[in-house]
Structures are given as C-alpha cells and as structure tokens.
Design a protein around this ligand. Sequence first.
Ligand code: HEC
Ligand code: HEC
Length: 305
Amino acid sequence: MSSFWSWYIAIISLANILACVWLIRWTAKKRPGEAAEHETTGHEWDGLREYNNPMPRWWLWLFYISIVFGLIYLVLYPGLGNFQGVLGWSQYSAWEDEVERVEEQVSPLFASYAEMPIPELAENDEAMQTGRRLFGNNCAVCHGADGGGRPGFPNIANNVWQWGGEPDEIRKSVMDGRQAVMPPMGAALGEDGVEEVAAYVFSLSGRDAPEDLVSRGAERFAAQCAACHGPDGQGNKALGAPNLTDDNWTYGGGLEAIKTSIRDGRRGRMPAQKELLGEDRVHVLAAYVYSLSAHEREQEAGSDD
Ligand code: HEC
Ligand code: HEC
C-alpha cells in the first residue's frame, strides 16, 4: 500500500471516530431553551407523541466505552493504514507461532522415524498413517490419491520405476526431485522415421505392428534411442529413461501417444521436496511410497524362486 492510501485510510478512520464522539455529545446535550422535562419533538400520530429526551446515561457510556476500546485496539493492532500496531501482531506472525508450536510437538516423532530404515518404517502402521496424510496433502495433486498416476505423472504405486525403486533411490527422487529429458526427435527422424520407430516401440510390448515398419524402426532405434533407452528398450534408471517393453506408460502407450513422445519429446519434472517438507518428512514419505508397491515387490520376489 502506498503511503498516500495508508494516510487516506487512517485519516478517514479517525475522522469517523471523532464524528461519532461529536454526534453522541450533541444528542446527549440538553440544548438551552429546551426547558421542560418531557418536551416533545412535535411529532404526533394517532395520539402517540414522540418525546425529545436525551439518551439514557448507561447507553451513552456504552458508546464511549466502545470508542475507547476501538482507539486502544487501533494502537495495539494493525488497523490504521500501514501502521502495524505496537504489539507487532500480524496474521502471518500468528500463523508462524502456530506452526512453531505444532512443530515442537511433532518433530521428536519425525526425528525418531528418521532413525529407522525405510523398509522397516514402511511396516510401521502409525508412521504410514502419517505418511498417507502427508501424501494426500503434498503428492496426490500430481500422482493421484492412491499414487496410481495419470497422463504425464507416473504411477508410483506399482513396482515399475523410472529412477529406481530401492529405498535410497525413492528417497532421492522425493528429496532432490527429478528432471527427465526426452529430446524431441521429430526433426532428426522426419515423419516417416517417427512412424517407423513408433511402430517398433509399439511392438516392444508384445503388440502387432506392420513388419516392414518394425524392422526399419529397429535400426533407427539402435542408432537414435538405444543410448538412453538401452539396446533392447529396457530403459536406464540413471537417466530416468523408462522401460519401453512393459505395459506401464507415463504418457500413454497408444500409437498416437508414442508418436507424440518421439516427435515432440517429454520433460517430466518431479519437484524437490527437501526445502518444502524437510528431510524427516521426506523420509516418512519415501517409506510410504515404498509401502505402496510392497505387495508387488513380494510377489516378484516370490516368483524369482
Ligand atoms: C537423451 C536420452 C533419450 C533419447 C535419445 C531418447 N529418449 Fe525417450 N525418453 C527419455 C527419457 C528421460 C524419457 C522420460 C521422459 C519423462 O519422463 O518426461 C523418455 C520417454 C520416452 C517415451 C515415453 C514413455 C512413456 O512412459 O510414456 C517414449 C515412447 C520414448 N521415450 C521413446 C523414445 C524413442 C523411440 C527414442 C529414439 C527415437 C527416444 N525415446 C530417445 C530419454 C531419451
Ligand atoms: C507437480 C507435480 C508433482 C508433485 C506435487 C509430486 N510429484 Fe512426484 N513426480 C512428478 C513427475 C512429473 C514425475 C516424473 C518425473 C519424470 O518424468 O521422470 C515424478 C516422479 C516421482 C518419483 C519417481 C518415480 C519413478 O518411477 O522413479 C517419485 C518416487 C515421486 N515422484 C514421489 C513423489 C512424492 C512422494 C511426492 C509428494 C511429496 C511427489 N512425488 C510430488 C510430479 C510430481
């Protein structure tokens, strides 16, 4: 607020209060010449006459008390333009105090969770309830309430990982964020090239595509894509390049979606949470994410035997 508007508001507020004082005094005063006790205003209707008595004392005092209260309030708290009040109270400082108070209560709990390894924490019901609440508040907007993802935002409730599903890898994804770069390949490949390599990618997950396109696409893939996605399309976790041979797609596994990914590129960004939530909360969240795929992880481990 510029100082002009600050003064403008402050002066109007004070002038209003002064006007109230004046009005009350004026109505309270017996004006000379208005002698008799029960003088009327001269208004009369159907036998009812309106008296012109001053207002009762107690009523006047209520007015004066509210005015004094108002003035004291304006000295103590923000209210007069930019003036912050002598107590230094603000909605923001009140909110900060509240956060600090809550933090004092919960931080020992989070600190004790931080000592526990992620797989162990993932089996702690109490911690996982906290994890679910944190996930709902901070992650569900993008990854969905159940972590199942939606176009552009990966499913993190299954055991398929772009950047790795080991406890430390998940923790790092959440702590520091991730920036994927799939470069746009349309210009390098040409529309025919996009068509061919898309047919090949489509076929990698066991679906039928025209033979001739697939075989030409395979050559292009080896030359242009294998560096990131691996020679057989299984992906590379260090780059966040996804496995293209499974049924799990971030941007869609239909032919058109695959072509768009190849032609225009993709740049998924997972925002870092370290500054926002602090390391201890991220630790609990990493355990929560780890717990979402626990069932699949066990099944896969079982089928290895
Ligand atoms: C520089 C490394 C790099 C190269 C080269 C590259 N990719 Fe990618 N690709 C990525 C990364 C990283 C992602 C993940 C993008 C994201 O998550 O936003 C990706 C994503 C994709 C996707 C989307 C997968 C999904 O789950 O929806 C497809 C399809 C794809 N790439 C195909 C290709 C093909 C075909 C080529 C070669 C023409 C290629 N990529 C070349 C790194 C690369
Ligand atoms: C603004 C949207 C957004 C929010 C909020 C968000 N994420 Fe993500 N997250 C993404 C995107 C996009 C990716 C994929 C990045 C890429 O393309 O590689 C991702 C990737 C991840 C990954 C890596 C997945 C893999 O396959 O390796 C994990 C783990 C993850 N997020 C967990 C979380 C958690 C936990 C939270 C809450 C603290 C969260 N995310 C909040 C958008 C978001």
